[in-house]
Design a protein around this ligand. Sequence first.
Ligand SMILES: Nc1ncnc2c1ncn2[C@@H]1O[C@H](COP(=O)(O)OP(=O)(O)O)[C@@H](O)[C@H]1O
Ligand SMILES: [Mg+2]
Length: 254
Amino acid sequence: MISLKEIDKIYRSSRGDETVALKGISFDVEEGEFITIVGPSGCGKTTLLKIIGGLIPKTAGKIYLDGSEIAGPNPKIGLIFQSPVLLPWRTIYENIMLPVDVRKAPRKEHDRWARELLELVGLTGFENYYPSELSGGMQQRAALCRAMINNPSILLMDEPFGALDAMTRENMNVWLQRIWLESGKTVVFVTHSIPEAVFLADRVVVLSSRPGCIDEVISVDIPRPRSINVMTTEQFGAHVQTIRTKFGSEGALD
Ligand SMILES: Nc1ncnc2c1ncn2[C@@H]1O[C@H](COP(=O)(O)OP(=O)(O)O)[C@@H](O)[C@H]1O
Ligand SMILES: [Mg+2]
């Protein structure tokens, strides 16, 4: 569904300094697959996601979505960032409708889907609340609704649960897995947490430190739905250990 061929990204500052953020990134994402990308801080994870989302240009290489080159933002792709970036003066419902308003499409046609999404993420009854009245986890779930309102087939998620406490984060992971199983969407999920990467993934793409290159792609064959208890199994531990060993010489991820 998504195909990356030899992607390079070099940032050039106005002073002429160059930062090589990504080097020779190639991999394919199958339809309906859950891919996680893990790597140390600054290795180019956000850069890679922005390139796939068509938000910034690549320096070299090709990237295809369903066989056509990605040249800019695409309605088939929904993006979710680390902070939910909801507009404080809009209610939850109005925030979810933002992409509809931006397209100047009638809200009425999307009302039912918006309410189904709210139900799916457990926010029914909070439509008319303002973001500041919701917890961080609830705000992030509202951001997910907003990303899904135009019904994209691909979700790109950049450390969406990084700002949440450990327990909320575990709950969100179990919950995201359920949404993904029910919706059949394709997900590319960036994290610097190795257990999170293993828990969610069909395949984990492991990036080396800057410039980000693919170190290894690891298939996680743990059956679904996975409960948080799989984290205590030997199989899970072995996957985490394999990845951790790769970063051993570079120290912890963060
Ligand atoms: N807009 C930019 N201009 C210049 N350098 C950038 C820009 N964005 C990111 N970088 C650099 O590119 C590298 C990768 O950044 P990023 O993709 O944010 O990494 P990660 O998300 O893995 O932490 C870093 O060295 C960062 O400083
Ligand atoms: Mg980042």
